[in-house]
Design a protein around this ligand. Structure first.
Ligand code: SAM
Length: 293
């Protein structure tokens, strides 16, 4: 038998809500471990590069991670006029920190990830995403983001919630108390971005998270991006602010002149991402605010 015939046909399959599955062909397991919080796996896939899975749910793949990470970071950081201090909750793979630290204005970034195993596995096996975790402007804290924001006395220009789905330790990251604490940490022009799940599959989660945010923010919007690795192919972030508008206060000149080489984000995508499909804006009407496109 040739080597090719000998090779096992291995796939990782993520099942969402027990109704849909998404599979990726795997060539090798790079890391596998059980932390106090979750099962952590890094695999080498046949077509999507290295991939991190927490509890069997795809977190990032090298092939399309730039979309998620550019969109979580650059939309708020090119809306805020002068972002200097950024707090990241979760984000243990380091991709969000990498994009935040590409902004010259950012003097200090704090990242609070609950699971050291995720950080160490990504540092060792996915350096293309995790390399910024070594940047001296980044303070990495291994702690529960919920407890951290409750105690924290610092002020931030942007808080980016790069969390898993609302299960296990990530569940309280979608609660009222957490959002209240985040709003307390934001300066006058502060912006909070939150991972807000699938517009197709997760309407109930979105309704709950946006109504939990409403008492603490003047403006609440949602924007979308495409993804290869999350079910449904269309995903979203919530944009909540003390008053800044992601369209009126966005400075396309600053984005174009930044010199940051992007693979997905550009000024046109920034604006267009806030144009929501009719079923989404209708479904979330009253929970999110319209944007002046
Ligand atoms: N882009 C990803 C997605 O949407 O699937 C999220 C990536 S990042 C790896 C998510 C991280 O949030 C995980 O590593 C998880 O350990 C972390 N996390 C979950 N709950 C947390 C909490 N309460 N405090 C801090 N980090 C938390």
């Amino acid at each position: 038998m040739s080597d090719k015939e000998n090779k096992l046909d291995l796939w990782v399959t993520e099942t969402h809500q027990d109704i849909v599955s998404l599979g990726f062909k795997v060539e090798d397991t790079l890391f596998s471990g059980a932390s106090p919080y979750q099962q952590v796996d890094v695999v080498k896939t046949a077509g999507h590069g290295a991939m991190l899975l927490n509890d069997g749910i795809v977190m990032v793949s090298e092939r399309d991670e730039f979309v998620y990470h550019e969109m979580i970071a650059h939309v708020p950081l090119f809306t805020h006029p002068n972002p200097k201090r950024v707090l990241i909750i979760g984000g243990g793979d380091g991709g969000t920190a990498r994009e935040v630290l590409r902004h010259e204005t950012v003097e200090r970034a704090v990242m609070v990830e609950i699971d050291e195993m995720v950080v160490n596995a990504c540092k060792k096996h996915i350096p293309s995403i995790s390399h910024a975790l070594e940047d001296p402007r980044l303070k990495l804290i291994v702690d529960d983001g919920v407890k951290y924001v409750d105690r924290c006395q610092e002020t931030f220009d942007a808080v980016l919630i790069d969390s898993t789905d609302p299960i296990g330790p990530a569940q309280p990251l979608f609660d009222k108390t957490f959002y209240e604490n985040v709003s307390r940490l934001l300066g006058e022009k502060g912006i909070m971005i939150s991972q807000s799940e699938s517009p197709f599959y997760d309407r109930q989660i979105q309704e709950s998270m946006f109504s939990n945010q409403r008492p603490f923010f003047e403006k609440i919007h949602m924007y979308t991006f495409s993804t290869l690795t999350y079910p449904g192919g269309l995903w979203s972030f919530g944009f909540a602010s003390r008053g800044l508008c992601p369209i009126k206060d966005f400075d396309p000149q600053r984005a174009s002149a930044s010199g940051i080489a992007m693979q997905y984000y550009n000024p046109e995508i920034h604006r267009a991402a806030f144009a929501l499909p009719a079923f989404v804006s209708r479904g979330l009407s009253g929970l999110i605010d319209p944007v002046p496109l």
